[in-house]
Write a new protein. Structure first.
Length: 377
């Protein structure tokens, strides 16, 4: 499932000029850029932004971002950044209203897929939404952030270009300040290749801190992996996370959109049973039970959703219309599936409910999004 890297062109969005006049006093004079090996000496602010984007010359690390949204007119503002990650869902503000929101972002090299290009240095944010209005921004090093590290394949990863999107790429928008997503998923990898590549598991192990969550979803590319090897590889990943003081979470793979004549997905292609007869979701469930590992059964959740939408309704979740692709998700589908992962994290008390947001980035219900961010969360 590895694809050639696609050059990403970020479309410019129109930002109301009036929204840029509310510049915090401390941000009006830009200080010299910090050295690459140290954190900025002052909070970065609006002086680091243009009408459509912000760039902060910071070294790799974890950063808290606080934005002030709104302007003279009613607005709907979203924030994305780095390798097309959705960081803040479209947020509604009434005319004259100002709303504070916060999120925590992982800045790393490579900034997207671990085996991909380095990307641009520093932190890059894009101000989007159907009617964006950014009134202020503050970027500071995160002092007490908890990482959610993702280990996975192309259905999870930070996809480099449209129309592809992994659920891990859309997950950050659901999380408030204090939780960062470090997406180390990589296109085309199986449990075998992920463990063998120093850029993948070799790097992830060194970055796990005590208390970090490590979500593992690997199955789509284990097409020739026998059952014993697949199970052993999952157990190796679980043990490696625990050795570093992290908390592993096993995630069953998202289904392929492959319908039977009766409208169900009860077949090996859809439910990730490989050519050797290895039922990947069943093995993941078994390892989770045997090793006392939290399980997010994304196979069951996505199967129920896709079947409920039916043959036609489920097309928009995947890239069927664009690519006749029934495996990879659209931005919309990845957002919906990221929401299912968020729900699983909350249901099992792996993250506090007050640290998550509700709603789709489409803005359908983002106005009622929960966010400790009205007070900086």
């Amino acid at each position: 499932m590895r694809r050639a890297a696609v050059t990403t062109l970020v479309a410019a969005v129109t930002l109301a000029v009036g929204a840029l006049t509310a510049v915090p006093a401390q941000a009006r004079t830009q200080a010299p850029a910090p050295a690459r090996d140290q954190a900025p000496e002052r909070p970065a602010g609006m002086a680091d932004c243009t009408a459509t984007a912000c760039h902060f010359d910071v070294p790799p690390g974890t950063y808290d971002v606080r934005v002030l949204l709104g302007g003279e007119d009613a607005a709907r503002t979203a924030v994305s950044g780095e390798s097309r990650r959705a960081l803040l869902p479209e947020t509604v503000t009434a005319a004259g209203e100002r709303v504070a929101r916060g999120f925590t972002v992982d800045v790393r090299t490579p900034e997207g897929e671990p085996t991909g290009p380095d990307g641009s240095p520093g932190l890059d944010l894009v101000i989007g939404g159907s009617a964006p209005a950014l009134a202020g921004i503050r970027v500071t090093p995160a002092r007490h952030a908890r990482q959610i590290i993702l280990v996975g394949d192309s259905t999870v990863c930070d996809q480099p270009g449209e129309p592809y999107s992994g659920w891990g790429q859309r997950l950050p928008q659901y999380l408030g300040k204090g939780l960062s997503v470090a997406n180390h998923a990589d296109s085309g990898d199986s449990t075998v290749s992920y463990l063998a590549d120093q850029r993948l598991w070799g790097t992830v192990r060194t970055r796990i801190r005590p208390g970090d969550l490590v979500l593992v979803q690997l199955a789509h590319n284990d097409k020739t992996t026998d059952g014993a090897t697949y199970r052993a590889n999952l157990e190796t990943l679980v043990a490696g996370v625990r050795e570093r003081g992290g908390r592993p979470v096993l995630v069953t793979p998202v289904v392929r959109r492959w319908f039977n004549a009766d409208g169900t997905l009860n077949n090996g292609t859809a439910l990730l049973v490989n050519g050797l007869g290895v039922d990947h979701p069943a093995v993941v469930r078994s390892v989770a039970a045997a090793r006392d590992v939290p399980l997010i059964d994304l196979t069951a959740k996505t199967k129920a959703l896709v079947e409920s939408l039916g043959v036609e309704g489920s097309k928009e979740l995947y890239l069927y219309n664009e690519r006749r692709d029934n495996t990879h998700t659209s931005a919309y589908g990845a957002t919906v599936y990221a929401g299912l992962v968020r729900d699983g994290l909350v249901a099992q008390r792996l993250v506090p409910p007050g640290k998550v947001r509700a709603g789709l980035s489409s803005g359908a219900d983002s106005a009622s999004a929960t966010d400790a961010g009205r007070n900086g969360g």
